[in-house]
Design a protein around this ligand. Structure first.
Ligand SMILES: C[S@@+](CC[C@H](N)C(=O)[O-])C[C@H]1O[C@@H](n2cnc3c(N)ncnc32)[C@H](O)[C@@H]1O
Length: 342
């Protein structure tokens, strides 16, 4: 069966490719532009047929066949509220303009660009460049983790419902000792007054520096049988709706980092389902544009309204399960204990 040709810029661990597979989009060639060796290793382990093209600034586009779908999430530090609030002059954010340049040159029928929430003025620049209004989706509607992200796409996004997945649904049992907080680390936390944050029914956004966050804060600590621990790499994969051990083969730190950079697969798969409209899921793309040319207005539907708001961890969830109540109570007690010790 004939499939589509995909070019994925800033491909990372190829969450885009996993999402295409999950959405059952038939892919002919998947070209990836990525420079980080660990990420490439994981992609090639899972998808050996991926054609790695290297640095996005050095692509020879004339060698590529017609590209039907261009996807990417350029490095976001320059845009990020969590970063230093840099801007388009930041070297990393400049990479976004590579996406725009390639989009204009290749004119794929469909495109998808993802990024973090950013200053409205930066968002407006991206919107102007791409010609479609962004849509905000919080991964929490599709997974056990919070991850508010902005998507610019001309794929019509179907409405979705909150899948109601809770953190407790994905936690592992009998976790290895190394993931528990050592007494030494606890002493460090106290000494440096590290801000602790305990997730409730959803994990906080997993950053690329997960577990390397240092002195300021320690997010995503959970209580497991009365002891604190961090997430295991498999739990982080589950939070990103990747299959278990997708990133196995590199160090734990690298697994956290590549996942923390990655997409929530189920969110992207949901967006890709819009490629089919009413066609059977194993079919190739509908012929929306006779020239196969990128067209701003192409089949973009109205922005869907999410069925639920992103989970607010500051307010109690009325549907919280008994087990979660117990966990939260234990967490609060631990925090009180820690505060008393100060
Ligand atoms: C935010 S991450 C995207 C991750 C990807 N969406 C995924 O699901 O794994 C940005 C990626 O851009 C890559 N990158 C940075 N500079 C690049 C360049 N010049 N060419 C290609 N990729 C680059 C980084 O190594 C990183 O993996």
């Amino acid at each position: 069966m004939e499939g589509i040709n995909v070019l994925s810029l800033f491909d990372g661990i190829s969450c885009g490719q996993v999402a295409l597979e999950r959405a059952k989009v038939c892919v002919n060639n998947y070209f990836a532009s990525e420079i980080e060796p660990n990420a490439i290793k994981i992609t090639q382990k899972n998808y050996p047929n991926t054609i790695q093209l290297g640095d996005v600034t050095k692509l020879n586009l004339s060698e590529l066949p017609k590209i039907d779908l261009l996807i990417g999430g350029s490095p976001c530090q320059g845009f990020s509220f969590a970063g230093k609030q840099l801007n388009f002059n930041d070297e990393r954010s400049k990479l976004f303009f590579e996406f725009v340049k390639i989009l204009r040159e290749l004119k794929p029928k469909y495109f998808l660009l993802e990024n973090v929430k950013m200053k409205q003025e930066y968002q407006d620049i991206i919107t102007k460049e791409l010609g479609v209004e962004p849509i905000q989706i919080n991964s929490s509607d599709f997974s056990a983790g919070l991850r508010p992200r902005i998507y610019w796409t001309n794929i019509p996004i179907l409405e979705w419902k909150d899948k109601g997945i809770k953190l407790l649904d994905i936690l592992e049992s009998n976790v290895e000792e190394k993931y528990f907080i050592s007494e030494k680390k606890k002493a460090f936390i106290k000494r440096h007054k590290v801000k602790l944050q305990f997730p409730r029914d959803k994990a906080f956004t997993i950053p690329a520096q997960f577990w390397k966050q240092g002195k300021q804060e320690c997010r995503n600590l959970i209580l497991d049988n009365g002891a604190w621990r961090r997430f295991t790499p498999i739990e982080v994969e589950k939070i990103h709706t990747l299959s278990d051990n997708y990133t196995e083969g590199i160090s734990d730190t690298q697994r956290y980092a590549t996942c923390g950079n990655g997409w929530t697969v189920e969110v992207i798969a949901h967006i890709f389902k819009g490629l089919f409209n009413s066609s059977p899921i194993t079919s190739t793309l509908p012929n929306g544009n006779p020239n196969g040319e990128f067209n701003k207005g192409l089949e973009v539907s109205a922005t869907p309204t999410p069925k639920s708001n992103p989970t607010d961890l500051t307010s109690p969830n009325p549907n919280i399960k008994e087990q979660e109540k117990e966990t939260n109570k234990a967490i609060r007690n631990k925090i009180k204990e820690l505060e008393k010790e100060k």
